[in-house]
Design a protein around this ligand. Structure first.
Ligand SMILES: NC(=O)c1ccc[n+]([C@@H]2O[C@H](COP(=O)([O-])OP(=O)(O)OC[C@H]3O[C@@H](n4cnc5c(N)ncnc54)[C@H](O)[C@@H]3O)[C@@H](O)[C@H]2O)c1
Length: 346
């Protein structure tokens, strides 16, 4: 077994937002490596059915990263490593509810860092940042980690996810907390429940499986650097272990562009959906017509090695939908009339 994977054996790991899309896959991986896992999640967009059941090594704490009683509760378990994934997700949600976004993503991250600094025993705190908040829409592609950030953001979520990185860097430089910033780019694969504020892939699969027409907000020529959740989790595990990751930021991205129209056609093919695609106007904040990250730094420093085959993860996601259809159908959060206008991206 690789050294970075072996490292987790017997460790106590806190995963905030562990019942969410990426969190549930990370938790499964950690348990598979024989770690003990504490999940702190308020279940606002996560689901306990999505976590392993009856595993003594998993402690689930329903609570809020902003709430000090909940933070004390999980720090009492003496975690050695934290993966901070809890967030108010994502762009459109933050446009609709900017104060809730500020509360969880900024204040929640600050409180977690304050407790981490006071606790003083962390080996690592890995933060799930977002490529879409760090790189401006007019930046040269592929985005490299050292690009200058913009002062003009498209959504409150982009602002607060960046604030999270700024707090991480402050607590690293001034308070000595060993942090590492992971910049995700549109995660996809098993584990993400569709919904009004979710990513495009689970929503497309959800609608296509019900033989509905897939809505594209834009021309369909827009691209995203969709990254398989298993690869993101592998990158996180590397960042939680490697000394070279401390105080650094890494793009955890596949490093390839997929057009939304190609994605829609692939989803329709994999689900045998014959309904025609429909086109809707692009949302006002949705100014990023292309997203492509450079993953050279992650490859070089972490040994990150994402799967180049996009369809493998997509097939896995469709399989996961089929296996968990009843739970997914009961959990999917869509507001009235939402399905016609959603193509959420983180
Ligand atoms: N999924 C992506 O494409 C993507 C892209 C960029 C960045 N990210 C970041 O990665 C992280 C994980 O993303 P995800 O797709 O798993 O999101 P998610 O919404 O599925 O998971 C977030 C989890 O945090 C929980 N949560 C929300 N507010 C909380 C609070 N105040 N206290 C405790 N728990 C709370 C939710 O219930 C959920 O289980 C997030 O921080 C997100 O901003 C994700």
């Amino acid at each position: 077994m690789d050294k970075y994977l072996k490292y987790y054996e017997g460790k106590r790991i806190l995963v905030t937002g562990g019942a969410g899309a990426v969190g549930c896959i990370l938790v499964r991986n950690l348990l598979g490596l024989n770690a003990s896992v504490i999940v702190l999640d308020d279940l606002s967009s996560g689901y306990t059915w999505n976590l392993p059941q009856n595993d003594q090594r998993l402690l689930f704490v329903k609570g809020d990263v902003v709430n000090e009683v909940d933070l004390k509760r999980v720090f009492n378990e003496e975690p050695q490593i934290i993966f901070h994934l809890a967030a108010f997700f994502a762009n459109q949600n933050s446009v609709d509810y900017p104060e809730r976004d500020l509360n969880t993503n900024a204040l929640g991250t600050l409180r977690l860092l304050q407790y981490s600094a006071m606790y003083g025993k962390l080996e690592r705190l890995v933060y799930s940042s977002s490529g879409c908040s760090i790189y401006p829409s007019d930046a040269p592609m592929p985005f490299k980690e050292d690009l200058k950030a913009s002062l003009f953001m498209g959504t409150p979520y982009q602002i607060t996810k960046m604030v999270g990185e700024l707090y991480m860097n402050y607590f690293y430089k001034i308070k000595g907390v060993p942090v590492s910033n992971a910049r995700f780019f549109n995660s996809y694969g098993a584990g993400e429940v569709p919904g009004q504020y979710r990513n495009v892939i689970p929503n497309f699969i959800f609608w296509a499986m019900q033989n509905m027409s897939l809505p594209i907000t834009g021309t369909g020529e827009e691209t995203r650097d969709f990254t398989y959740v298993g690869d993101i989790v592998d990158g996180l595990l590397r960042m939680g272990f490697m000394k070279e990751a401390i105080g650094e930021a890494f793009n955890l991205a596949a490093g390839r562009e997929i057009k939304i129209i190609d994605l829609a056609n692939m989803v329709n093919r994999l689900t045998s959906n014959d309904k025609e695609i429909k086109y809707l106007p692009r949302r006002k904040w949705d100014t990023k017509t292309r997203l492509l990250a450079c993953n050279e730094k992650a490859k070089k420093v972490l040994g990150f090695n994402p799967n180049p085959d996009f369809e493998v993860g997509l097939k896995e996601a469709v399989g996961w939908f089929k296996e968990n259809w009843e739970e997914i159908k009961n959990s999917a959060q869509f507001g009235p009339g939402a399905s016609s206008a959603v193509r959420g991206k983180s």
